[in-house]
Design a protein around this ligand. Structure first.
Ligand code: SAM
Length: 351
C-alpha cells in the first residue's frame, strides 16, 4: 500500500509530542521537589542565576532545566532581560498544589513508571505481579498529588451530595471507612467538612498509612484515624458509608472486597465507589485519557492486582458494566452512576 505522506507526517508529529512529554517528566518532578516552580511563580521573573540562588541550586542545571521547560511552554522566557517567569495559568498547573488545575502529580507517577519499568518487564515474562509497595516513592506521593485537585474540587461539593441521603447522615454524625485510602487526602477532606462524623482510613501499605496520619495531624483534624488493613479484612460492621477512591481495580480480589464491604455496612449504608472514567469496551477508551490510564494500568494497577490473592487484574479501564458485575457478585443489588468528571466516575452501590 502507498504511504500517505500527510498521514505519516501527522503520525510522526504525534509520536514526537509523546516523546517530548515522556522526556520532560523527570524535570517536572525535580522542579516540584526543589521548589523551582514555586520560586518562579512567586517572582516577577528571574534569570537562571537568580532562580538558582533563590532555590539553593546550581545555575548550570537550572539554566538547562529552564530552557527545556520554556521549550515545552511550561514556563516563559524574555530574551531581552534573560528572565524566566510563569503566567498565572502556568502557575495554576505547576506551582499550586491546591489549585483545581494542578497537574504535576501525574509527572511523579510517570517518572515512577520509568524508574520501575524493569520490574514490570520481568513480570511480563514471569506472569507474577508487582506489589504496590515495591514501586519508587514517586508513585505514592505522585498518586496523592495527582488526585488531590479532583478531591478538593468535587468530593464534598458534588460527589457526596450526589449520593442519596449521605450528606445528611454525615452532617448529623456517621461512621465512615475510606478503604485503600493511600495518603489519606480524601479522608481528611471529608473529615474537615463533616466534623460530627468519624472517618477511618484503611490501607495495607504501611508507608502510606504513616503519611495519612501525618496529613491528618498537619491539618489538625481529630475525627479521623488510620489503620493498616487489607480491604478484605478491615474491622467493623456498622458503617454508614464506605468509600473507595481509585483503588478497587488495584486490589487482587475486588469481588472478595465487595463481599467484605457488603457485610461491613449498615443495612441502609452506601458504598461510594470512585473509579477511573472508562467506557465498557476497549475501543471506547482508545483516546488520550485511555493512552494515559491503560499505561498506568499496565505499569502499576494490573501488576499490583496480580501480586495479590486471587489476582483478578481488573484493570484501570474496567468500565461501569464490569464494575456493576463485580459489586453484584459481592452481594450488592443497587448500582447507579451519580457523578463524573473528566477522569473519574462516582458509583453509588447499595445492599
Ligand atoms: C491508586 S492508589 C489510591 C490511593 C487513595 N485512595 C487516593 O485516592 O489517593 C491505590 C491504593 O490502594 C491500596 N491497596 C491496594 N490493594 C489493597 C488491598 N488489598 N487492601 C488495602 N489497600 C490496598 C494501595 O496501597 C494504594 O494506597
Amino acid at each position: 500500500m502507498a504511504v500517505d505522506e500527510k498521514k505519516l507526517e501527522e503520525f510522526v508529529g504525534k509520536v514526537l509530542a509523546d516523546m517530548g512529554a515522556a522526556a520532560i517528566a523527570p524535570l517536572n518532578v525535580i522542579g516540584d521537589q526543589l521548589g523551582l516552580y514555586k520560586t518562579l511563580a512567586g517572582s516577577e521573573g528571574l534569570t537562571s542565576e537568580e532562580l538558582a540562588a533563590a532555590s539553593g541550586t546550581f545555575e548550570r542545571y537550572v539554566r538547562e532545566w529552564a530552557y527545556a521547560q520554556t521549550a515545552a511552554g511550561y514556563i516563559s522566557y524574555d530574551s531581552d532581560t534573560k528572565k524566566f517567569s510563569m503566567s498565572p495559568e502556568q502557575a495554576l498547573v505547576f506551582a499550586d498544589e491546591n489549585s483545581p488545575y494542578y497537574l504535576n502529580g501525574g509527572f511523579f507517577g510517570v517518572s515512577a513508571c520509568h524508574i520501575d519499568h524493569h520490574l514490570v518487564r520481568e513480570a511480563f515474562k514471569s506472569g507474577e505481579g508487582v506489589p504496590w509497595g515495591s514501586h519508587d516513592d514517586c508513585l505514592f506521593c505522585g498518586t496523592a498529588k495527582f488526585f488531590k485537585p479532583g478531591y478538593l474540587t468535587n468530593l464534598t461539593t458534588s460527589w457526596i451530595p450526589s449520593l442519596e441521603g449521605v450528606a445528611e447522615k454525615l452532617q448529623a454524625g456517621a461512621k465512615v471507612a475510606d478503604v485503600g485510602c493511600g495518603h489519606g487526602l480524601s479522608t481528611v477532606i471529608m473529615a474537615k467538612e463533616f466534623p460530627n462524623s468519624t472517618f477511618i482510613g484503611y490501607d495495607f501499605h504501611e508507608e502510606s498509612v504513616e503519611a495519612a496520619r501525618k496529613e491528618a495531624s498537619d491539618a489538625g483534624v481529630e475525627n479521623t484515624h488510620f489503620e493498616i488493613a487489607d480491604a478484605k479484612i478491615f474491622p467493623g460492621n456498622d458503617y454508614d458509608l464506605v468509600a473507595c477512591f481509585d483503588c478497587l481495580h488495584d486490589m487482587g480480589d475486588p469481588v472478595g472486597v465487595s463481599k467484605h464491604i457488603h457485610q461491613s455496612l449498615k443495612p441502609d449504608g452506601t458504598w461510594m465507589l470512585v473509579e477511573p472514567l472508562a467506557g465498557d469496551k476497549p475501543e471506547d477508551n482508545f483516546h488520550l485519557l485511555g493512552q494515559m490510564l491503560y499505561s498506568f494500568s499496565t505499569m502499576v494497577c494490573t501488576p499490583a492486582s496480580l501480586s495479590q490473592e486471587v489476582g483478578l487484574g481488573l484493570g484501570a479501564q474496567a468500565g461501569e458494566a464490569r464494575l456493576r458485575e463485580v459489586t453484584g457478585e459481592g452481594g450488592f443489588t443497587r448500582f447507579r452512576r451519580t457523578a463524573e468528571t473528566a477522569t473519574n466516575m462516582v458509583l453509588e452501590v447499595r445492599p
